[in-house]
Design a protein around this ligand. Structure first.
Ligand code: OAD
Length: 262
């Protein structure tokens, strides 16, 4: 008796993921869209109303730290009120249940981390914690010393004197985000590319795939002989080369792809 071939792209994707020995998952802002976190590009995207060069570059921070902190303070409040959605939860369960799964995210919202902790309960969440390529909105680093730590206190950007200061040396703190024109952390990027090259499948969820090097992670899987499954309501530059490209919203499609039984 022969196994029937999958009848549609979602079945095919589910079969690929079920059979894959190693999986990397690359996510972007779209995975958090249904949690209420704004994306960057597109009609409702943050970069429609704000100019990245005024808010998300080292020069912008040097020129006007209050403006930059005000913007990040606003985003922190907005993101802090959001909860992981069904896509984050399904990915966290997958990474905890199966060996060889690595979640890599461009997002700075920590929703994968929240989902990992929720899925692990009192157990160890580490297998589901993401590699955060672009940092976290809930971490800070010092502009003068090597200090880098979690920071969720509200931001008061009403004057230079009220901006957040380093617990160790009192110098100005900045968001621990990789801004335009800055290098990604070398070790994190290395881990991400190594995982991508060893993966049988790279599942790409909710990224416009225009920001590099993150967008090259899926290509690394393809070049090493693996397959790419894209989940996005829109076409992206990756669509043409992806093995399968599924149109739909993350919170609907991802749990369906990762369901263990039909
Ligand atoms: P973008 O805003 O560029 O792209 C979001 C993608 O999500 C688009 O392709 C949308 O079509 C898709 N999308 C929207 N709703 C979705 C949903 N419900 N389910 C699935 N997909 C959905 O965000 P990124 O690709 O993450 O950098 O942007 C990359 C980087 O550019 C960000 O990390 C950020 C930004 O500047 C930093 O913060 C350093």
């Amino acid at each position: 008796m022969t196994t029937p071939l999958p009848t549609n792209a979602r079945d095919a994707a589910r079969a690929m993921l079920a059979a894959a020995h190693r999986i990397v998952v690359l996510t972007g802002a779209g995975v958090s869209a249904e949690s209420g976190v704004p994306t960057f590009r597109g009609p409702e995207g943050l970069w429609r109303n704000f100019r990245p060069e005024e808010l998300a570059t080292p020069d912008a921070f040097a020129r006007d730290p209050r403006l930059v902190w005000e913007w990040y303070g606003w985003r922190r409040e907005r993101v802090g009120a959001c909860r992981p959605n069904a896509a984050h939860a399904a990915l966290a369960r997958l990474a905890l249940a199966r060996e060889g799964v690595r979640v890599i995210t461009q997002n700075v919202d920590e929703l994968h981390t929240d989902a990992a902790r929720a899925a692990a309960g009192t157990g160890d969440a580490s297998a589901a914690l993401p590699l955060e390529l672009h940092g976290s909105i809930f971490r800070v680093r010092c502009t003068a010393c090597p200090a880098r730590y979690a920071h969720r206190r509200p931001i008061d950007a009403s004057s230079d004197a009220t901006l957040p200061r380093c617990d160790r040396c009192s110098a100005l703190l900045r968001p621990d985000i990789v801004w335009f024109g800055e290098q990604l952390d070398h070790a994190t990027l290395n881990d991400a590319f190594r995982a991508a090259e060893r993966a049988a499948v790279c599942l790409v969820v909710g990224t416009s795939a225009v920001v590099h090097p993150a967008a090259s992670i899926a290509t690394a899987t393809l070049h090493a002989g693996g397959q790419v499954i894209e989940v996005n309501p829109e076409e992206t530059p990756l669509t043409r080369t992806a093995t399968l490209s599924l149109r739909g919203a993350a919170a609907e499609v991802v749990p369906e792809l990762l369901r263990t039984s039909p």
